[in-house]
Design a protein around this ligand. Structure first.
Ligand code: BGC
Length: 251
């Protein structure tokens, strides 16, 4: 295998920051994953230091694709940070992370958009034509919308209002834990969210992602929406793979 398509993919999450070298064309993972805890508070300088530690671990000198759990505007400007430190808003993350010598170029992408890119290219939605909606359930709810292979960035469907609050407030997996719900208690909230979105977007397929998707078999029969729903296949690696593919221009 040639290393010419190797890129460093970095995934910034609420509790961990993970990096891995990825073949950005095939989506193949080239190294083990290196994880550092997300510093608390997760401000731009502390997160940038942890980003530097990931570069150092891989002794990397080259382009980097990096996710962020908020709206990512043009050139890597962070525009929202619902579940991160508000100090991120207005920060040019690509420029900040690009201050590290090892990062010759940094391309930022929303975390759920990265997951959607990866699932569409090499995961659960590979070869599925039409409109694919990837939803990720975690601390928040992320969404990534792909139409015939093209990403519509920053859809933010987790913030659609249901009963006067952002959907993620009650239907994320953090809300499940916070309210002490089992799957029976949580899935009706998820159904309400999926039904709301499918009435607006009419996707051909919904890919159910986030850490909780590994238990998909335990609640799949209780999912109730007209769109076919399949579990994500890349799970924890989707962000890293999608970020690398996006940075290489393969999305
Ligand atoms: C953010 C999204 C993000 C999602 C999952 C939401 O609160 O607004 O940008 O994709 O959480 O991390």
């Amino acid at each position: 295998m040639t290393r010419s398509h190797a890129l460093l993919g970095v995934d910034i999450g609420g509790s961990g920051m993970k990096g891995r070298l990825v073949d950005a064309v095939s989506g193949q993972l080239l190294t083990d994953r290196f994880r550092v805890p997300t510093p608390q508070p997760a401000t731009p300088p502390t997160v940038s230091k942890a980003f530097g530690a990931i570069l150092e671990h891989f002794d990397w000198h080259g382009p980097v694709g990096c996710t962020f759990p908020g709206v990512v505007g043009a050139q890597g400007m962070i525009l929202t940070a619902a579940n991160m430190d508000p100090a991120w808003i207005g920060v040019d993350a690509a420029a900040l992370f690009g201050e590290h010598d090892g990062a010759t170029e940094v391309v930022m992408v929303n975390d759920a958009d990265a997951a959607a890119i990866a699932e569409d290219a090499v995961g659960a939605a590979a070869d599925v034509p039409g409109v694919v909606l990837v939803v990720t359930f975690g601390t928040g709810i992320g969404s990534g919308l792909i139409a015939n292979g093209h990403l519509v960035p920053n859809t933010e469907f987790g913030h659609i209002e249901i009963d006067g609050v952002a959907a993620e407030v009650n239907a994320s997996s953090r809300a499940k834990d916070r309210d002490g719900l089992d799957f029976n208690g949580w899935i009706p909230r998820v159904n309400r969210f999926l039904q709301t979105i499918e009435d607006l977007v009419w996707p051909d397929l919904i890919v159910f992602g986030g850490g909780i998707s590994k238990h998909f078999d335990r609640y799949r029969d209780r999912l109730d929406c007209r769109t076919p729903v399949v579990p994500a296949t890349l799970q924890n690696e989707a962000g890293i793979v999608g970020a690398a593919m996006h940075a290489a221009g393969n999305s």
